[in-house]
Design a protein around this ligand. Structure first.
Ligand SMILES: [Cu+2]
Length: 112
């Protein structure tokens, strides 16, 4: 995991120095940011919502950030109000964070 992080940092540094070397206007840098944010959102489908337990079961695509293959699993949610926006069967995009073995959904939105 540490090696992966260092490689990522190096890639980022390289990307930044390459970008500044080529900079003729600030436009390319601004365009790169939304694309980066998009890669954080994971495709999923809601299987089950459990408001009382603040849990949601999601069938999700690969989560590269967390080194996790596609699967169906239970997540906790950061805010139970998030569960009012989705229901079983919905296609969603979400963000998850790992904290000591338990994964928490920090953002979720219906997929178009
Ligand atoms: Cu998983």
């Amino acid at each position: 995991m540490k090696a992966v992080l260092s490689t990522l940092s190096i890639s980022l540094l390289l990307a930044v120095s390459t970008a500044s070397a080529q900079t003729t206007s600030p436009a390319p840098d601004a365009a790169a940011k939304p694309a980066q944010a998009m890669t954080d959102m994971v495709d999923g489908e809601v299987r089950k919502v459990d408001k009382d337990a603040r849990k949601i079961t999601l069938r999700h695509a690969e989560i590269k950030k967390l080194d996790m293959p596609a699967m169906t699993m239970v997540f906790q949610v950061k805010d139970p109000a998030m569960l009012d926006k989705v229901k079983a069967g919905d296609k969603v995009k979400f963000k998850a964070e790992g904290t000591g073995g338990a994964l928490t959904v920090t953002e979720i939105e219906p997929a178009k």
